[in-house]
Design a protein around this ligand. Structure first.
Ligand code: SF4
Length: 371
């Protein structure tokens, strides 16, 4: 409590007025929170608010979350005097306004110095890993309650995430435990318990309670939702997703691409085009927004054949989630699955992916037709 000075905002490194328009700055923001009622479990909930809180400032656009956040600040905002410290002031004011019951003080540090940002990044990634791992042992069968998340409806009005232990939010920032904690903090808020009710389809993960909730929360735009499929009534996708999976029909498999991969993918679209067509709260069979962590979860597109359908991923993403893919591959009886998945170093078109996976004897080639 003594270490935190409420409302203090520090900017360490260059500010937007110190650089020419068009410059890119490294960026890290740390909100140091103190409070008698604060718990570690509340950290992801506060952190996830930054997206919509920062977007309330005119001339500022915030995209993404965790370590893939991206901020754009308009020239007009800078001309009118906008500085990075104003982001800290927004966070301080809105945290108090919306979450004053769970903490007493918050101070903000904003870093644009590359070395310091990288140092913070390491700490943040360790924290994300810790948060993800908390859900690892839980299965969807162990609970009757899933949670909704409609936090992104301010950007995609019909989008509803149904978050179960084995289906983390597609932004990667909210898992089932986070939604439960959020509901405890704010029982009327964006994360409502959903009694999953009768299982309508075990393979695709369709539940009566989830369908009813999604129909209501999407204002009847979406009637049915599968938790484990990108082909049959897939969950809607909003612009926050960490990755987008897409069908590769010739390969009888799927690919997935993360936001950081900017080149063309074998499905003929870049991430931005995929996000433009599959995002926005639409239900798009053949396409699915999902988190990086979800790739290694047991229910990942289970209804379509699961992880054994994965034929292509960007190399960097493969490396990032590689250990979890190896583990799942072993569980599925294909210990060398990771090596069988093509990346941009061996294939950039669907024809090339097909040639690569054929040579490797990828299991998706002999699975039932995905269409
Ligand atoms: Fe919530 Fe889903 Fe948006 Fe994540 S992507 S904040 S889980 S609605």
């Amino acid at each position: 409590m003594e270490e935190v000075e409420d409302g203090k905002v520090e900017v360490i490194g260059k500010d937007v007025a110190d650089v020419t328009p068009g410059t890119r700055l490294h960026f890290a923001m740390v909100a140091e929170v103190a409070g008698r009622n604060f718990q570690d479990d509340f950290e992801p909930i506060l952190e996830r608010q930054n997206h919509h809180l920062i977007n309330q400032a005119q001339g500022v656009m915030h995209i993404g979350q965790r370590d893939i956040a991206w901020l754009r600040i308009s020239k007009q905002a800078v001309e009118k005097g906008f500085k990075l410290e104003h982001i800290g002031k927004i966070i301080h004011a809105k945290y108090h306004q919306d979450f004053g019951a769970i903490f007493d003080k918050v101070q903000i540090k904003i870093y644009t110095d590359e070395a310091k940002v990288r140092e913070i990044l390491e700490k943040a990634r360790a924290s994300y890993e810790h948060r993800d791992n908390r859900i690892e042992g839980m299965t969807d069968e162990t609970t009757e309650t899933f949670y909704s998340c409609i936090l992104c409806q301010s950007f995609a009005p019909s989008h509803v995430c149904v978050v179960s232990p084995e289906r983390t939010g597609l932004c990667g920032a909210y898992n089932w435990l986070d939604c439960r904690a959020s509901n405890e903090i704010n029982p009327e808020g964006p994360n409502q318990p959903i009694q999953k009710g009768e299982c309508i389809d075990e393979r695709y993960g369709q539940f009566k309670g989830c369908n009813e909730y999604v129909s209501k929360a999407s204002r009847q735009k979406i009637q049915n939702v599968s938790l484990y499929s990108l082909m049959v009534d897939p969950m809607t996708t909003c612009g926050c997703c960490e990755c987008i999976a897409a069908i590769l029909p010739m390969c009888n498999g799927i690919m997935t691409v993360d936001r950081d991969y900017i080149d063309m993918t074998p499905c003929g679209m870049k991430f931005t085009t995929l996000a433009g067509s599959a995002g926005g709260g639409a239900q798009s069979p053949g396409f699915l927004g999902h988190s990086k962590y979800n790739i290694g979860q047991r229910k990942f597109v289970k209804g379509d054949g699961g992880l054994l359908r994965m034929a292509w991923m960007p190399k960097r993403l493969k490396e990032e989630v590689g250990e979890r893919i190896k583990k799942r591959g072993e569980e599925l009886g294909v210990p060398n699955l990771l090596d069988m998945i093509a990346d941009e170093t061996v294939a950039t078109t669907e024809d090339e992916v097909l040639a690569y996976i054929t040579e490797k004897g990828h299991p998706c080639l002999t699975m039932e037709s995905i269409i």
